[in-house]
Ligand binder design. Structure first.
Ligand code: SAM
Length: 263
């Protein structure tokens, strides 16, 4: 297993990989605060920029939103194959454009009325594509949230790539907290563990009840999503067939669905 690149580690052995990286994650918390200070000031640390530029490739095909350019990890990048243990930060979920986010971004681009003039939170934003789609579709205010500060830096680069002013990226864990009022919360591929699914369900329920927030979830049928009790409160909005490459990378999932959560 140690010979696998980090990408295979995430896709095949998520939990084991997390344990291996526990120590690395402790070291990262200092870096985390540092980058957050820099990104919230809309300045990207030059070393981080260089690292991301050297270790990702600009992609605008092979997914559901070719109109959005993204820096992702591809077979032409060193860490696609290099040993996961050499990756200096926490596991880079942001370097994959997940099917859940792809479906949501496609839906927002095709249905701009859903976000136009709205205040939108993209929770678990990863590469930021769904948040970028919301900006492109005319949202009044967009905030991305990801607990990985390196994802925040990647989102800034992806805004630049798409000629957009960077929007705020919060790196706090918002789940369970009382934050601002949002017209819309979008979540792509966030139901990947039972604990996370339970926490999200409780938090989203409160948000929808207390603030009337609309909640859209993108998911390709992950086990922790399809088996969760949240299923009873979902209304299917749209389904998109995945591209061949996304299909192959996601254990044969063939489509991704956008759901409206209505508790
Ligand atoms: C599977 S990725 C999905 C990324 C993106 N939404 C997409 O569909 O491409 C999940 C992301 O959620 C982030 N994440 C995990 N727990 C989180 C939390 N409690 N709050 C915010 N982000 C979180 C991870 O760092 C990761 O970037």
């Amino acid at each position: 297993m140690i010979l696998l690149g980090w990408r295979q580690m995430i896709l095949l052995h998520g939990d084991a990989f997390k344990k291996q990286l526990k120590q690395k994650n402790q070291r990262i918390s200092t870096l985390w605060r540092y980058i957050h200070q820099r990104t919230s000031g809309r300045l990207l640390d030059p070393e981080m920029r260089t690292f991301l530029e050297e270790n990702t490739e600009i992609i605008s095909s092979g997914n559901l939103t070719p109109e959005i350019k993204l820096r992702l990890l591809t077979p032409r990048c060193r860490f696609w194959y290099d040993r996961a243990a050499l990756w200096p930060y926490r596991e880079p979920y942001w370097a994959i454009y997940w099917p859940g986010g792809q479906g949501l971004a496609r839906y927002l681009l095709d249905n701009p009325k859903v976000v136009r003039k709205k205040k939108v939170l993209d929770l678990g934003s990863g590469c930021g594509a769904t948040a970028i789609a919301a900006v492109m579709s005319g949202a009044a205010e967009v905030v991305a949230n990801d607990i990985d500060p390196v994802a925040g830096a990647a989102v800034m680069l992806n805004c630049e790539l798409n000629n957009l002013s960077p929007f705020p990226v919060l790196t706090e864990n918002l789940i369970g907290t009382e934050t601002e009022n949002w017209d819309l919360i979008v979540l792509g591929d966030m139901f990947y563990s039972e604990e996370l699914a339970d926490g999200l369900h409780q938090w989203l329920k409160k948000y929808a009840h207390n603030h009337g927030t609309r909640v859209l979830i993108g998911d390709p049928g992950r086990p922790h999503f399809v088996c969760h009790k949240i299923q009873r409160q979902l209304h299917k909005i749209s389904e998109y067939p995945l591209t061949k490459s996304t299909e192959q990378e996601n254990n044969g999932s063939t489509s991704t669905v956008v759901w409206h959560y209505q508790p």
